[in-house]
Design a protein around this ligand. Structure first.
Ligand code: 5GP
Ligand code: MN
Length: 331
């Protein structure tokens, strides 16, 4: 990235650090239903700001922190009662549009300056300064390049957060968004001293048994369409309640479906309530699921995207099957 960083990006980065220097009260927020890249990049920037400057810094996450990230966040840091708070600067990370800020959307209007750092190709550039690069694996990796381009020091804690952001958004360096530079960044993070085996155990090998039971139930009810080029699983409210877990605790089903040889597109539907469904899409090869998601008001990346739809689970499944007909052929 350093070699390819264009002048506009450099200017935006200078403005970002200038804005930090000139702000006393800063808010750092990510997207709703926070995932590893969102949590890792928000917390890495929080650590940087807190350790480097003498400023009031707050973080915002709308939605429950998944069980496996809880130990990485002091929940007391999470901003509450912010509706009437004013900020000098708000930095938004890993969030492609204002609506994805959920309950923190009002913070944007209450900030003198806003900056968005993101890698979604569907980013709407809603902030005053937008540092967006869809070629980069994760917002965590982009943040690393931004900090390094200004010779900022990466502490061990920041390195851990950035590594978590990268591994969770790249499927542990396996998705096509992973570049040789991503590996160089991981190498530098290891030089700083992160314990990759411990992080792997904490993020991936720590599932409570009730989450595993819910997972098994979900994957035993996958529907296949178009000669198994499409697979759809549903996470129902009933399964969530029965196992006493949170919707965002079940990870990996959409990736599991993609493991089927014939699959081109895998899909998971989350039952938010009787008339609201969250759709996750993954593409194995060339079908651009970000474009498909955009049609439904969502977004994301070519091979990983999503949207929310005001329909029940069954109708959402039918709509998706119908929409994908033109890509995958007859049922
Ligand atoms: P997931 O399926 O894991 O929720 O999300 C996959 C990717 O799609 C992520 O990069 C995420 O930010 C994006 N994405 C998921 N849902 C939405 C949505 O409703 N709107 C937008 N703009 N992006 C989404
Ligand atoms: Mn991301």
């Amino acid at each position: 990235m350093n070699q390819t960083m264009n002048q506009m990006m450099k200017n935006n980065i200078s403005e970002f650090f200038y804005a930090i220097d000139n702000s006393d009260k800063i808010c750092v927020i990510g997207h709703v239903a926070p995932d590893g890249d969102c949590i890792g990049s928000v917390m890495a920037l929080y650590e940087f700001l807190n350790a480097t400057y003498d400023k009031e810094v707050y973080v915002g996450f709308d939605g429950k922190i998944p069980y496996n990230f809880k130990k990485y966040i002091d929940e007391n840091l999470i901003l509450s009662n912010f509706e009437n708070e004013k900020f000098d600067l708000t930095v938004v990370l890993d969030c492609s549009d204002k609506e994805r800020l959920g309950k923190y959307e009002c913070v944007i209007a209450n900030s003198k300056k806003t900056i968005c750092i993101d890698h979604h190709k569907t980013n709407t550039e809603f902030a005053d300064i937008n540092i967006i690069d869809p070629k980069i694996s994760s917002t965590g990796e982009l943040l690393f390049h931004i900090l390094k381009s200004e010779n900022k020091e990466i502490s061990l804690k920041m390195a851990e957060y950035i590594y978590i952001a990268i591994i969770t958004d790249t499927g542990k360096f396996s998705y096509s968004s992973t570049s040789s530079i991503t590996h160089n960044v991981a190498s530098e993070l290891m030089e700083i001293g992160i314990d990759i085996a411990r992080i792997d155990n904490e993020i991936y090998n720590s599932k409570p048994i009730n989450i595993v039971k819910a997972y098994i139930e979900c994957i035993s009810n996958i529907n296949f369409y178009y000669n198994s080029k499409l697979g759809i699983a549903k996470i129902t409210d009933e399964v969530i309640k029965k196992n006493n877990i949170d919707m965002n605790d079940i990870e990996g089903i959409v990736e599991f479906i993609r493991e089927v040889d014939e699959i081109e597109i895998s899909c998971v539907l989350k039952e938010y309530d009787v008339e609201n469904t969250k759709v996750s899409l993954r593409s194995k090869n060339n079908i651009d699921v970000a474009e498909i998601s955009k049609k439904f008001g969502g977004g994301g990346h070519i091979k990983a995207a999503g949207f929310q739809i005001s329909k029940n689970l069954k109708d959402s499944e039918m709509i998706i099957v119908e929409e994908l007909k033109k890509y995958l052929g007859e049922k």
